[in-house]
Write a protein that binds this ligand. Structure first.
Ligand SMILES: Nc1ncnc2c1ncn2[C@@H]1O[C@H](COP(=O)(O)OP(=O)(O)O)[C@@H](O)[C@H]1O
Ligand SMILES: [Mg+2]
Length: 324
């Protein structure tokens, strides 16, 4: 069980921005800060919580949970597809090999759900039956399982992602056909593995997003993050059936409640500065991230909260860099 007292004590011991010495920062993403050294990329997963393409809050321990979630899944899938992970010198840090990322978000869905413009359910409800090139059957209900998982790619556009089909990806030359076939095959196999392991632990892996890249020898490599609660949706398996039959939303681990608070208390699309997220919501989010991490991986989460988080990372990075 996550430790509420420790979460509460560390509500402000978070990693929102980074500025590490001896490394060159090359990119600041929504959630991760990326540095480079000796031909390797250093991914620092921060505690930033993003939504509406903005940063809503910093959630204690979230970066460490996400990074170690990815580490767990890279290990569990490396027999299916090679991945970019080299080392994890700190709970928030992954050293990876740089690859050329294909410009497609490889989305796999086991269930029809969602609430945004690119979600399968919203499009289906509007009457769309051809979704990212996939023909959907009539008569589906929200949160229903597909007979087989479907692959519904989107482009990796600057501001927002656009739906795209397999045929368009190939016709537009975004990914060569042979490589795309391989990517599809990998994505389906990793998703199947993810669903099996999640099921053993009482969870449903509902849907996810993968990013693949290509290394210098032309091998396809699983990159970015894998099956984290930021890139994937998980539901509690034991209550799914009953809730589905009575038209209730499944028990989930989504940040939806935080998004809703912002929608009700400001205009997150327009306001220049946002109000601070309520402490009890941030605490709840931290609790949920740690809870699913522990249940899914079977590992006890290590808080490592005795020192300020940035100092701890700098120390671990110094040791790592000296060993190179
Ligand atoms: N092995 C890799 N080599 C190069 N780039 C990568 C690799 N793995 C992931 N990336 C890219 O690094 C970035 C990760 O940072 P993130 O915080 O998720 O940023 P974003 O806001 O762009 O999604 C993404 O742009 C992702 O495509
Ligand atoms: Mg990302």
């Amino acid at each position: 069980m996550p430790n509420r007292d420790l979460i509460r004590q560390n509500l402000y011991n978070t990693l929102s921005e980074t500025n590490f010495e001896r490394l060159a920062k090359v990119y600041t993403g929504k959630v991760r800060d990326i540095y480079e050294i000796a031909g390797k990329k250093i991914f620092i997963t921060t505690d930033r919580q993003s939504a509406f393409d903005r940063i809503l809050a910093s959630v204690p321990f979230k970066g460490a949970v996400l990074n170690q979630f990815s580490q767990f899944w890279f290990e569990k899938t490396k027999d299916i597809v090679p991945n970019h992970m080299i080392d994890v010198p700190d709970p928030n840090v992954m050293v990876v090999r740089p690859v050329k990322i294909f410009p497609i978000e490889v989305v796999v869905r086991g269930y029809i759900t969602g609430s945004t413009d690119t979600s399968a359910w919203v499009n289906y409800e509007k009457g769309e039956r051809l979704f990212c090139g996939v023909q959907l059957p009539e008569g589906l209900k929200k949160n229903q399982k597909f007979d087989e998982p479907i692959l519904t790619p989107t482009t990796k556009a600057e501001d927002h992602d656009e739906k795209i089909s397999r045929e368009e990806i190939i016709a537009q030359g975004l990914v060569p056909e042979e490589k795309w076939n391989k990517i599809e095959e990998y994505a389906m196999a990793i998703f199947k593995r993810g669903q099996e392991i999640a099921a053993e632990k009482g969870f449903i892996l509902v849907d996810t997003k993968y990013e693949f890249g290509e290394d210098e020898e032309g091998n396809i490599v699983l990159a970015d993050e894998v099956h984290t609660p930021d890139s994937s949706r998980y539901w509690v398996a034991s209550t799914y059936e009953e809730r589905f039959n009575s038209d209730q939303e499944p028990e989930n681990f989504d940040k939806e409640f935080l998004r809703l608070w912002f929608k009700e208390n400001c205009d997150p699309y327009k306001d220049e500065t946002l109000p601070a997220a309520p402490e009890d919501l941030v605490e709840e989010l931290a609790f949920r991230y740690i809870d699913i991490y522990e249940k899914l991986t079977g590992q006890t989460f290590e808080y490592n909260a005795e020192v300020p988080i940035a100092e701890r990372i700098q120390d671990n990075l110094d040791t790592y860099i000296s060993s190179l």
